[in-house]
Write a protein that binds this ligand. Structure first.
Ligand code: SF4
Ligand SMILES: [Zn+2]
Length: 389
């Protein structure tokens, strides 16, 4: 009887796996993210603990690579109503939970400027601005969207920054649809001697990966248009475009992630992007990526893969390329093994500053990574996403 029970259970399991495998592939053909993401986002937003604009602000500083060489960056996170794309019916991007860090309410220009001044002053009191410095303003969305950061606030903040001669660069983040000649001119005129850099989350140069797996909502053509505007204004201002590339979106194998990362950076360099920053996936709460990870159908990239990307890209392009190492070696981030996680992370940080090609490193876990890359296309996921809604 026990044997019969076991046999039946095994058979039921196998049938379930086959059904899930069918569903997964079927959904792939039918762009599953369109149906899933709004639902996932809605559920995640219900769990968000409400925070005031002041509580949502943050800042820190550290060594960084500037266009002129090694320097210091001051990072300031400003609270906004939240990323318009994540709040729209689309549900936003499949790996991103920044919306959970936003106060989700309107923040007045006065309040934004006051928060900016407070965070900025705190850093200046700790360490005066001397030597090459960059100010990076993060808004968990689009700085150039006037619904998120009103024009008056933008102008006042840039006016404050412009008083500091050692600030060489001002970096903001934006989706490409908010990059217009009028807005860029307005920004550049306020900081005429500084580099003004617009960082855009292109994530991948492959439309299929960006649209179907990341749900980014803009095409390569849209991105190209924003770069055309930036390139056009280069004769009048020190304006630059930067891209973020996501290493290993959901539904992407280890091998495909490496190839896509390399090709995307090469594309960015070709169309005049000034800098590339790779963001290897870490699992954010309340995202499709987390859902897949919890079901065993997604793993962030190996650190070996990030090293391989950085090596191949630095050999083939001549613009600065940074690999973000936040989350390396953690349960939710890129991982190799306990013996080599920190060693490789330190190596990548070092080469981010001097832009050299990282040396060869060996560890027992490397063979597993090699096998993962080689057989990555046959190790397909079997998660039934419909069941998890
Ligand atoms: S990645 Fe950017 S565009 Fe996408 S949801 Fe997050 S903040 Fe919005
Ligand atoms: Zn190892």
């Amino acid at each position: 009887m026990i044997l019969l029970n076991n046999f039946c259970n095994n058979l039921a399991n196998k049938i379930n796996i086959l059904i899930e495998f069918y569903n997964f592939n079927h959904m792939n053909d039918q762009q599953p993210l369109n149906n899933l993401l709004p639902d996932i986002r809605k559920k995640a937003l219900k769990r968000v603990k409400k925070r005031s604009p002041h509580e949502s602000a943050a800042s820190w500083s550290g060594d960084d690579l500037l266009y002129s060489g090694p320097g210091r960056s001051i990072f300031i996170v400003l609270p906004t109503p939240g990323c318009a794309w994540a709040l729209a019916g689309s549900g936003g991007c499949s790996m991103c939970s920044y919306i959970a860090d936003s106060p989700l309410e309107e923040v007045s220009s006065e309040e934004l400027v006051e928060i900016f001044k407070g965070e900025f002053q705190r850093h200046i009191q700790n360490q005066e601005i001397t030597g090459p410095t960059a100010i990076k303003i993060f808004v968990s969305g689009s700085f150039l969207n006037e619904e998120e950061i009103p024009k008056e606030a933008r102008r006042e903040i840039f006016g404050i920054i412009n008083e500091y001669d050692d600030v060489e660069e001002v970096v903001v983040e934006s989706r490409p649809e908010y990059v217009s000649e009028e807005v860029l001119r307005d920004c550049c005129q306020l900081i005429p001697d500084k580099i003004f850099e617009v960082a855009m989350g292109l994530e991948s140069a492959n439309d299929d990966i960006r649209l179907q797996r990341i749900n980014k909502g803009f095409t390569l053509e849209d991105f190209q248009k924003s770069m055309d505007i930036i390139n056009k204004l280069k004769s009048d201002f020190k304006v630059q475009g930067k891209v973020y590339l996501l290493v290993k979106p959901v539904l992407t194998s280890e091998g495909e992630a490496i190839e896509d990362g390399v090709k995307s950076a090469q594309y960015a360099a070709e169309i005049g992007v000034g800098r590339v920053a790779f963001c290897p996936s870490t699992i954010h709460k309340g995202t499709l990526m987390e859902l897949l990870w919890r079901r065993g159908s997604y793993q962030p990239p190996w650190i070996w893969s990030t090293l391989e990307i950085i090596r191949r890209v630095r050999e083939s392009v001549n613009i600065p390329v940074i690999m973000d190492t936040a989350g390396f070696g953690t349960r939710r981030g890129p991982y190799n093994c306990k013996k080599c996680n920190s060693k490789l992370k330190d190596l990548i940080i070092k080469t981010n500053i001097n832009q050299t090609i990282p040396e060869e490193v060996e560890c027992d876990c490397k063979n597993k990574w090699v096998a993962d890359v080689e057989f990555s296309d046959v190790t397909r996921s079997t998660t039934n996403l419909i069941k998890n809604r």
